[in-house]
Design a protein around this ligand. Sequence first.
Ligand SMILES: *[C@@H]1O[C@H](CO)[C@@H](O)[C@H](O)[C@H]1NC(C)=O
Ligand SMILES: *[C@@H]1O[C@H](CO)[C@@H](O)[C@H](O)[C@H]1NC(C)=O
Ligand SMILES: *[C@@H]1O[C@H](CO)[C@@H](O)[C@H](O)[C@H]1NC(C)=O
Ligand SMILES: *[C@@H]1O[C@H](CO)[C@@H](O)[C@H](O)[C@H]1NC(C)=O
Length: 366
Amino acid sequence: MTLVLGLKTLWLLAFGSLSNTLAVNNSGRWWGIVNIASSSNLLTDSKYVQLVLDPSLQLLSRKQRKLIRQNPGILHSITGGVQSAIRECKWQFRNRRWNCPTSQSSNIFGKIVNRGCRETAFIFALTSAAVTHSVSRSCSEGSIESCTCDYRRRGPGGPDWHWGGCSDNIDFGRVFGREFVDSSERGRDLRYLTNLHNNEAGRLTVHAEMRQECKCHGMSGSCTVKTCWMRLPTFRTVGNLLKDRFDGASRVIYSNKGSNRASRVDMRHLEPENPAHKPHSPQDLVYFEKSPNFCTANSKIGTTGTTGRVCNNTSLGLDGCDLLCCGRGFRTLTERVTERCHCTFHWCCHVSCLNCTTTQTLHECL
Ligand SMILES: *[C@@H]1O[C@H](CO)[C@@H](O)[C@H](O)[C@H]1NC(C)=O
Ligand SMILES: *[C@@H]1O[C@H](CO)[C@@H](O)[C@H](O)[C@H]1NC(C)=O
Ligand SMILES: *[C@@H]1O[C@H](CO)[C@@H](O)[C@H](O)[C@H]1NC(C)=O
Ligand SMILES: *[C@@H]1O[C@H](CO)[C@@H](O)[C@H](O)[C@H]1NC(C)=O
């Protein structure tokens, strides 16, 4: 009992009083929990103490810490989501001047987060989508105490099938994502509206890609009985779609046109910068500022530049040396690579290989 009380006090200390000592500017700070030492929360007392003392948790707002306390198991799911988002971001942008650089510091994505360009929009949408995706899946895997599979679809769904099995809990994932992710945004300005819009676009993308999966039962696959459930898309599918929306993102401005004191309706919203463009849809990404060119390192903007990046000397695309190196040219390196080759299997059970050395040519931006 004393131990429990002691832990509770410790918890309150660490989780209660630290809030509001943070900078006003909380945008995306929660991503820092990806560095958390022990994300398997509340398993054992010693892990519990470790977790409470983990500095990464101080990146969360009071509301975010409360949500984590109320949903045991969810911290692990959120950090897993942020990890997928980082991997996916790097993969989608591997051939571009901005290749989603990240750091181990608490500010994972760097200063680009405080801008309002397309890359910023992509990061917000992707990380928001990742939390919804990961939490929805964790619910159906049974690793969060406060949610389960979505069992609301029941009974016959059509003439030859009925709902059954375990649907991924996208509704829980969306509601939780909105509460948790959006709560790190403050203000009423253009940046706030833009970040919230892109967060929601990410969640909507996951929701829109839910698909029905079915399984046949009955004698030797005769499919006399078919049960179906709803399944999340792969996170790659979400990444591909958000990358397309990055390419087609809409530049917006802040508008309070139509704001009417008498009706007391808050009409502040985003509209296309160019009135000739059609308004963005809820799933489109929006931005309000031109991207930096990403060619040269600039610590003020937080860009690392493309010097040293590997480019493709025959490609005319973004990964080609011309574009990737921003016209600075490139150098050619040869590397000797030794690999295991001509492997043979000997009965039983042993594999022997030869070492083959090949020469690889690489091109690197100056
Ligand atoms: C947030 O902080 C960054 C610097 O860390 C600053 O450039 C940016 O303008 C701030 N944003 C807001 C909304 O205060
Ligand atoms: C380089 O670009 C060419 C043309 O786009 C492509 O066919 C080739 O596979 C690329 N090479 C590498 C190593 O990616
Ligand atoms: C291949 O290289 C490894 C270490 O690089 C070495 O241990 C091994 O003996 C080599 N195998 C042959 C068949 O030369
Ligand atoms: C591109 O590099 C390869 C070696 O990787 C070389 O054989 C080829 O001539 C180069 N092509 C051009 C257009 O420079």
